[in-house]
Design a protein around this ligand. Structure first.
Ligand SMILES: Nc1ncnc2c1ncn2[C@@H]1O[C@H](COP(=O)(O)OP(=O)(O)OP(=O)(O)O)[C@@H](O)[C@H]1O
Length: 577
């Protein structure tokens, strides 16, 4: 890292100036040369002693630092790296620019964390920030924070504060000046933030986060954050998009332009800039072209290690019907079942035409096995409604009062269908994904009134929200099954281990509908687990447009086109046969 530092900062470093890139073979020695003097025990041994175990050689063999490999013991299901992690972790540690593409839920983001923590000195205090991790939304930032806390601060013995390892920059929690003060007081090894919040801090005080001292910049969910023109767009559409991007570049583009400003100014020179890592389940050729011409990478881009992991780590996890390398639309998860429910104008809920019976018999709820049917489900639902807490304390009295007097934007029949499907099938936690601009609180209110234990997805402030990150799979849950409500803008990349069902209201909107569906569906079926994705749609109907013209809205038709691209055949949701 120090190779990039301005002389003033390099001089101020108390530790020896060594390049992590050049010193991979002696990484452990470099990493631990800077532990606090009070601890004379060799850091490798100290870290291993905390658990009385040796870290897995399969992880340390990749160059992960010993404390990180030991910290993995806090994750009781992680024993060996995936093939993809085996490929990209050494590439990152060697300082290469890397693009990582692989199915949802295959450990890309987690592997990134392991690599970033193993770069430079992962223990003790830091003089400047070495890694910047750019994420699309705050909940993903908190998920990364939570992983790092578990990996590096799992033990009361650890003397340095979490804020010296990692800090989060997101809007709506602290203002920029508080964040600046915190960064100056304790420069963390890693900063995780949304583009907007990082730009806010840079505008408030550029020195608080010196981008020239960064050794690594990571963009997670890169295709969501970075501007690009899809190759399949028509010529006119391409021209429109190119102009729009020129006039209004995304915040991530603005941030990356700022970080790589020197290289953009003199592309021919060999100015050393941070290594740049792009990661997503969907890195299309349009984005790859945009990255090649962005100027952020060194000319020629011969240094890029392209890691494409569909076939390697996760052979066992490929959805057999949808592993299509050519379209780049690959669904993670072997056992994801896709269901589509259509709600008619008069409120009837049924499976979409063409849905097939589930191939493998699903585990049946006790009451179904005893011969009871949907009537029992409905009775259970009515019970839930009667016993539900309609005071909605988390929403506040004022909001509750306002909602009780205003009509809901959600179709009541659709919400009822959703509540029934939830009541009859969800054992623990489900996620409801709304369109990007839909009001989350209103959906929570409507669902609560239907007896659903709903709450807005919030991994920061709600204890029970955060609990969903921590709880181990299969751990008994005390509270009633929960429906976490999020929008399309806030679900990318999230990993909630106990999630079994994702409900999608309507058809994913936006430019890349197929990708969006794939990312939503990818919240379940992670790391070999199963799951159900249930879309709830209005039946095809005539609607009046904003211009007063009448048209047809055909949600079932639109969704079937998406599923066809993914080579997915909808499965019957048996409760609605
Ligand atoms: N080597 C491993 N062995 C077992 N489990 C792992 C391993 N690496 C990661 N995991 C687990 O896999 C889950 C998914 O990881 P992660 O969120 O990194 O996937 P992802 O590929 O980034 O997904 P997405 O594309 O949706 O962002 C996490 O619960 C993580 O703890």
């Amino acid at each position: 890292m120090q190779g990039f530092l301005p002389p003033s900062i390099s001089r101020s470093l108390s530790r020896p100036v060594l390049s992590s890139r050049a010193l991979l073979p002696i990484r452990a020695r470099v990493c631990f040369a800077h532990r606090p003097a009070k601890n004379s025990q060799k850091p490798e041994r100290a870290a291993a002693n905390r658990y009385g175990i040796k870290p897995s050689p399969s992880f340390t063999g990749l160059g992960l630092s010993i404390p990180v490999a030991v910290g993995l013991k806090a994750f009781q299901t992680i024993y060996n790296p995936t093939d993809a992690q085996r490929e990209f972790i050494p590439a990152i540690l060697a300082g290469k620019d890397v693009w990582i593409k692989g199915q949802t839920g295959t450990g890309k983001s987690f592997g990134l964390v392991l690599a970033l923590l193993s770069k430079e000195n992962s223990e003790g205090m830091h003089t400047s920030t070495s890694s910047l991790l750019i994420v699309p939304h705050r909940d993903l930032a908190y998920q990364f924070l939570h992983w790092i806390e578990r990996l590096m601060h799992h033990d009361a013995d650890i003397s340095h504060p979490l804020s010296s390892t990692v800090q989060v920059l997101v809007r709506g929690v602290d203002d920029a000046s508080t964040q600046v003060a915190r960064l100056c007081e304790t420069p963390p090894q890693i900063v995780i933030g949304t583009p907007q919040a990082i730009l806010d801090v840079l505008d408030a005080d550029e020195a608080a986060l010196d981008v020239r001292s960064l050794s690594t910049v990571v963009v997670d969910e890169a295709d969501y954050l970075v501007d690009y023109v899809p190759t399949e767009a028509t010529k006119t559409k391409k021209q429109q998009l190119e102009q729009k991007i020129k006039r209004h570049p995304s915040l991530a583009n603005q941030l990356l332009d700022r970080i790589f400003a020197q290289r953009l100014l003199s592309p021919e020179s060999q100015i050393r800039c941070p290594q740049l890592i792009m990661c997503s389940a969907t890195l299309h050729s349009g984005l790859r072209q945009a990255l090649f011409s962005s100027g952020w990478f060194p000319r020629g881009a011969g240094n890029i290690s392209k890691v494409k992991s569909e076939k390697s780590a996760i052979d066992a996890m490929l959805l057999s019907t949808s592993a299509r390398d050519d379209t780049e639309n690959v669904l993670g998860g072997r056992d994801i079942v896709h269901c589509v429910l259509v709600v008619s104008v008069d409120g009837e809920v049924k499976n979409i035409d063409g849905a097939v019976k589930a191939e493998v018999a699903e585990p049946k709820a006790e009451e179904e096995e005893s011969g009871e049917s949907l009537e029992t489900d409905v009775a259970r639902l009515i019970n839930l409604i009667e016993s539900s807490n309609v005071e909605l304390p988390e929403l506040g009295e004022e909001v509750t009062a306002r909602f009780s007097m205003t009509p809901s934007p959600f179709d009541p029949a659709v919400m009822e269908g959703l509540a029934t499907a939830f009541a009859v099938d969800v054992p623990s936690v489900a996620l409801l994904v709304l369109p990007a601009t839909a009001p989350v609180q209103r959906a929570v209110y409507d669902l609560r009134r239907l007896g659903v234990n709903a709450c807005g997805l919030d991994l920061l402030t709600l204890d029970r929200g955060r609990a969903h990150l921590v709880r181990a799979i299969g751990e008994p849950v005390e509270e009633a099954p929960t429906m976490l409500v999020a929008t399309l803008a806030s679900m990318r990349g999230l990993d909630l281990p106990e999630l079994s069902h994702v409900f999608i209201l309507g058809v994913p909107d936006g430019q890349q509908k197929v990708d969006t569906y794939l990312h939503i569906a990818g919240r379940v079926g992670r790391f070999g687990r199963g799951g159900k994705v249930i879309s709830i749609l209005e039946e095809r109907r005539e609607v009046e447009g904003v211009d007063g013209k009448r048209g047809v809205r055909d949600e079932p038709g639109q969704l079937m086109r998406i599923l066809k691209t993914l080579r997915v055949q909808p499965t019957m949701y048996e409760h609605f046969n």
